[in-house]
Design a protein around this ligand. Structure first.
Ligand code: GLV
Ligand code: GLV
Length: 322
C-alpha cells in the first residue's frame, strides 16, 4: 500500500498541485490555518510521514500520537526550534528542514528592514497618511546613511548571514561578524570574524542570524544591548527568543538604540504591544522568507525530503543531531 503523508498546512499552489498529483503516496492535507493541537494529533495518527511548519509543536506527545509508522517529519522552515530533536531520535524519526533555499529572500527582507529603520520609511509613510501639512525640510526624518561606511555587525555568519553580507558590501557598508562556531580573526567571504563583544561595540547596525538554541536564548539582553553603540540599530529576522524584548524596549525608550527592525517575536503569534507602539521599531509578521519562488522551493524541499526517506534513501537536508 502507498505510504501516507500528513501535510499540516496548505503549501503553495504549485507544491500542492505537484504533491497531490503523485501516485506513489496518499496525502492528507490540512487547511491554510494551523491545525488545532487535537486535530494535529488526530490526523498524524498512523501516518508514515508529516510535513509541518513552525506553528506546529513537534514533541513526545506528537510522536506518540503518530505511532510507530512515522519515519520522517519535514519542517517547512530552516529553523527547527519547534521540534524536540531528542524525542524524534528516541522514536527513530528523521527530521529535516529547508536550509539554503530561503537565504536570498531572508537576506532581502533583512535589508528591507535595515533600510526601513535607518531611513525611517514607515514613519514617513505614516506621516503622509496623517493629516499634517508638510513641506520638505533639511532636518525632516533624517536617519543613518548606510552607504557612508556604516558598520554592519552580523551575528551568526551562516548561509543567511553571508547572503546579508553580500548585500551590505554592495551598499558600501563595512561588515564584521560574530559566530560562536568560527574563530576570531578568521575571514569568511571577506568578512572578518570578531568577538560578540567587539561586534556590539563597533556596529551601527546589528543583525541576528543565529538559530534559537538554549545558548542563543536572550543572546540580546540588557547586558549585551548596553554594549551596543549609542544610536545604533538592531535587526531580528532570526527568532524572537534570541532577543529579550523588554530590554529592547527599554533601550529604545532610553534613546540608547535609535531603532529596530523585528520580523520574529517571542511567543508568536502574540506580539508585545509595546513593540508596536514605538515608531522607531518596524515590525513585520515573520515574513522574511515570504517570496513566491522561495516558498515553492521550501515546500518542494520538504516534499523531496519525505520522498527520499520513504524510498529508503538518505534525507536531503536532515537537521543536525542534538
Ligand atoms: C522561518 O522562520 C524559517 O525558519 O524558515
Ligand atoms: C555569536 O554568534 C555568538 O553566538 O556569540
Amino acid at each position: 500500500i502507498r505510504p501516507s503523508v500528513y501535510v499540516a498546512r496548505l503549501l503553495t499552489d504549485n507544491v500542492q498541485r505537484e504533491l497531490e498529483a503523485r501516485e506513489d503516496v496518499t496525502v492528507d492535507v490540512g487547511q491554510e490555518a494551523p491545525p488545532s493541537r487535537s486535530e494535529l494529533l488526530a490526523r498524524v495518527a498512523g501516518k508514515d510521514a508529516a510535513i509541518v511548519t513552525l506553528t506546529e509543536r513537534i514533541d513526545e506527545e506528537f510522536f506518540q500520537a503518530a505511532g510507530p509508522g512515522l519515519t520522517v517529519v519535514a519542517n517547512v522552515a530552516v529553523g527547527f526550534d519547534n521540534i524536540d530533536r531528542q524525542a524524534a531520535e528516541h522514536h527513530g524519526v528523521i527530521v529535516t528542514n529547508t536550509p539554503g533555499v530561503l537565504d536570498g529572500a531572508t537576506a532581502d527582507h533583512t535589508f528591507a528592514l535595515i533600510l526601513a529603520v535607518t531611513r525611517r520609511i514607515v514613519e514617513g509613510d505614516r506621516f503622509l497618511h496623517s493629516d499634517q501639512p508638510w513641506i520638505w525640510g533639511p532636518r525632516m526624518l533624517v536617519g543613518l546613511d548606510v552607504s557612508a561606511g556604516a558598520v554592519l555587525g552580523i551575528v551568526g555568519l551562516g548561509r543567511i548571514g553571508r547572503a546579508v553580507a553580500a548585500r551590505a558590501a554592495a551598499f558600501g557598508m563595512r561588515v564584521i561578524a560574530a559566530d560562536s562556531t568560527l574563530s576570531v580573526g578568521q575571514v569568511v567571504d571577506g568578512v572578518e570574524v570578531v568577538s560578540l563583544e567587539d561586534l556590539l561595540a563597533s556596529s551601527d547596525v546589528v543583525t541576528l542570524h543565529v538559530p534559537l538554541l538554549p545558548s542563543t536564548r536572550h543572546l540580546i539582553n540588557r547586558r549585551t544591548l548596553a554594549q551596543m553603540r549609542p544610536g545604533s540599530y538592531l535587526i531580528n529576522c532570526a527568532r524572537g527568543g534570541v532577543v529579550d524584548e523588554e530590554a529592547l524596549i527599554e533601550a529604545i525608550d532610553s534613546g540608547h538604540l535609535r531603532g529596530a527592525g523585528i520580523d520574529t517575536f517571542d511567543g508568536e503569534p502574540r506580539v508585545n504591544p509595546e513593540l508596536l507602539a514605538r515608531p522607531a521599531i518596524v515590525c513585520t509578521p515573520h515574513t522574511a522568507s515570504a517570496g513566491e519562488a522561495t516558498r515553492d522551493r521550501m515546500g518542494r524541499l520538504a516534499v523531496d525530503n519525505v520522498l527520499a526517506v520513504l524510498n529508503g534513501r538518505p534525507a536531503l537536508t536532515p537537521v543536525p543531531a542534538v
